[in-house]
Design a protein around this ligand. Structure first.
Ligand SMILES: [Fe+2]
Ligand SMILES: [Fe+2]
Length: 115
């Protein structure tokens, strides 16, 4: 899964000692990835008439806000601590989101005969 790969790249960047341009570009990819992934999922909510679209979209918005906030703080806090915090946060958030909300949407699609 691409997001886990990005979270791991973030973590690796800390321990490789390459903290200069590296973290910034990984963060940018992270932001772009989440936005693209969520937009595609939300388009599917719309096309399929998913009844829980509003709540699920709100969860996506929360994560986007959180990632942007981490991005903003990248310049002015201890970057190592921030990267560890972000990596842990993302892994936890995504595992939970995929296992609950994305799974519910998957079940809805299956029930509609979409695979
Ligand atoms: Fe989702
Ligand atoms: Fe998803």
């Amino acid at each position: 899964m691409q997001l886990m790969a990005l979270a791991n790249a973030l973590y690796d960047a800390i321990f490789s000692g390459d903290r200069e341009g590296h973290l910034d570009s990984i963060f940018d990819r992270l932001v772009r990835f989440t936005e693209t992934h969520f937009a595609a999922e939300e388009e599917m909510f719309r096309l399929s008439g998913y009844p829980d679209a509003e709540n699920h979209t709100a969860s996506h918005e929360m994560l986007k806000t959180q990632v942007q906030e981490f991005r903003t703080h990248l310049g002015n806090v201890d970057r190592t601590l921030l990267a560890i915090e972000v990596t842990k946060f993302l892994k936890r958030w995504f595992e939970e989101h995929i296992q609950t909300e994305d799974k519910d949407f998957g079940r809805f699609l299956n029930a509609k005969g979409v695979r």
